[in-house]
Design a protein around this ligand. Structure first.
Ligand code: PBG
Length: 329
């Protein structure tokens, strides 16, 4: 009778030894929950993201209480502003009484122990849906945009935000924001840099949620977001952001870029995050709705994949659902 010399299956025979040799775990501590906040009362569904709703600040507080109770460490805010607040210079972005700033104040006042993060970028506030200020040919200007992002970051920090998260991909913005925050005394405000953010088609549903898809029209973001074909360039972007003072770095989107997450963690060993973006969420929801995939198992497999690749945490619209599943066990 043939006996193989090695039997990897031996350790898989029972649950106890499978548990014993498990290399990675995913817990609620690994979650950041992106949330859309709107000016209207109540809630409004996002058609291309079943289960995701835009929330008023009151509803946000309700959801935040539950998320906190479920052990989700951080909520990431995305304001959906009225079209009348959009302009060419995006000045609404640093309005001290703007939607994001009010949401931050409300959250920190009610739940001081909840981590609050804000997206720093101009796309919710520009009439053309670009993440920056454009010239007369539509090119996004780097340095004037950085000045605007600095003002936006300061207004969020003044409102009490814990983490600012620049998602714009302008050059030099991390250094400029760090310097301005420090000069204003906000030395504890952390920066999570969208360092390796790709020009991805997976952001489609997000732009619907924000209502910026129509503003952007047929234009794209290829002159600032990265080419999906590149990964050495991602390492260079990460190195620059770390040098400029980023506390945490992010790779975005998530699933198609696990090799980038892996390289970043191997190379730099810094707090590394992956954004499981709107299109990735929509794909899982659509397949689950058709009965084609087991939603819970596929979502958890996705999350452990991020951990295995080296991510310390994941931004995902599934965050409260995952925390609930983890609690159910
Ligand atoms: C914009 C921003 C985007 C996302 C987060 N911040 C969209 C974009 O760059 O067009 C995408 C998030 C998602 O798709 O879930 N600064």
């Amino acid at each position: 009778m043939f006996h193989p010399r090695y039997r990897p299956r031996r350790m898989r025979h029972d649950a106890f030894s499978r548990r014993l040799m498990r290399e990675n775990t995913f817990t609620a501590d690994d979650l950041i929950w992106p949330v859309f906040v709107h000016e209207l009362a109540g809630r409004a569904p996002v058609a291309s993201m079943p289960g995701v709703e835009r929330l008023s600040i009151d509803e946000l507080l309700r959801e935040a209480e539950q998320a906190l109770e479920l052990g989700v460490p951080v909520i990431d805010l995305f304001p959906v502003v009225d079209p009348s607040c959009k302009s060419l210079d995006a000045a609404e972005a640093w309005n001290p009484d703007g939607l994001a700033q009010r949401a931050v104040r409300a959250l920190k006042q009610r739940f001081p122990e909840l981590g609050v993060m804000t997206d720093v970028a101009l796309d919710p506030f520009t009439v053309h849906g670009q993440d920056g200020i454009i010239d007369d040919r539509g090119y996004v200007l780097n340095d004037v945009t950085v000045d605007a992002l600095v003002k936006q970051s300061l207004s969020h920090a003044d409102a009490g935000v814990d983490i600012v998260s620049p998602s714009d991909m302008m050059d030099g913005r991390i250094g400029a924001i760090r310097q301005a925050l420090d000069d204003a005394g906000h030395i504890h405000t952390r920066i999570m840099a969208y360092s390796a953010k790709y020009a991805s088609a997976f952001y489609g549903p997000f732009r619907d949620a924000l209502g910026s898809a129509g503003n952007l029209g047929k234009a794209d973001k290829h002159t600032y977001q990265m080419d999906p074909a590149n990964s050495d360039e991602a390492l260079r972007e990460i190195a620059l952001d770390l040098d400029e003072g980023a506390d945490m770095v992010m790779v975005k989107p998530g699933m198609p870029y696990l090799d980038v997450v892996y390289r970043v963690k191997q190379e730099f060993g810094v707090p590394t995050f992956a954004y499981h973006v709107s299109g990735e969420y929509a794909m899982l929801k659509a397949a689950a709705a058709n009965g084609w995939l087991d939603e819970r198992r596929c979502v958890m497999e996705t999350m452990i994949g991020f951990k295995r690749a080296g991510a310390d945490g994941v931004l995902t619209y599934y965050a409260p659902q995952i925390a609930r599943w983890l609690r159910e066990g």
